[in-house]
Design a protein around this ligand. Structure first.
Ligand SMILES: [Zn+2]
Length: 227
């Protein structure tokens, strides 16, 4: 009811092109949806996203729903998701991708969905982690729990500037850590993030999760940079 009244005065617009949405359209319009470049990674076990992690970390499955091109529709969507408060884009992409992911054999053993943790300062500024709703809807549709507590960013300490220097020198492996509870042993974790670029952040997260005995890692993202 309230939503209907609000829509009368503030009709919802497309997150891709700012056109007014039709009543049957949600978050993005039909023409933007058709413009989104899909990777079809879920159909190819050894896809280009999977290959990014060759020789770096053991992974069961890696895929991204879309390609991220500079100035393209996906860049616009991710920008709106991260910087314009349009958190619902995560739900849209996650619900969309969950259908494809439910057909992937290597994902049938997933136990938990884990978001890449946002820096606490960014979380305060933004008010939300942009991967939360994406991960939550995937977890819901795959009938497994979403757990944002197992993997976390190490807290700042007095020696942080020193740690940052070390962190930069070593990559970023030192930023993430995990809760080593026996309840988390022998799990297949599905790590979710917004965009895969170099894969360095995801690699660091995966390495932290691999400290848990018996863990297996899969990775799913909204987009993959095509460079
Ligand atoms: Zn549009």
């Amino acid at each position: 009811m309230l939503k209907n009244i609000l829509n009368l005065f503030f009709p919802p617009v497309c997150s891709g092109c700012d056109a007014f949405l039709l009543p049957n359209e949600n978050t993005i319009c039909a023409s933007c949806r058709h413009e989104i470049p899909l990777t079809q990674h879920h159909l190819i076990p050894e896809n280009e996203a999977f290959k990014k992690f060759y020789g770096r970390i053991p992974v069961e499955h890696v895929s991204a729903l879309t390609y991220f091109h500079k100035k393209g529709i996906v860049q616009q969507l991710i920008h709106n998701l991260k910087y314009r408060g349009q958190e619902e884009i995560g739900t849209l992409l996650g619900a969309w991708y969950a259908e494809d992911l439910s057909t992937v054999n290597n994902l049938r053993t997933i136990d938990l969905v884990i978001p890449v943790p946002l820096h606490p300062k960014k979380l305060r500024e933004r008010g939300y982690n942009q991967t939360t709703l994406f991960g939550k809807i995937i977890a819901k549709k795959l009938h497994i729990p979403f757990d944002p507590t197992i993997l976390y960013r190490q807290k700042y300490s007095k020696t942080q500037s020193q740690k940052d220097r070390i962190g930069r020198a070593e990559g970023i492996d030192t930023i993430f850590d995990v809760v080593l509870s026996e309840a988390n042993y022998n799990k297949h974790f599905l790590l979710v993030d917004d965009v895969i670029t170099t894969g360095a952040t995801l690699e660091a997260c995966a390495k932290a999760l691999l400290k848990i005995p018996g863990s297996k890692i899969s990775i799913v993202c909204m987009a993959m940079a095509d460079s």
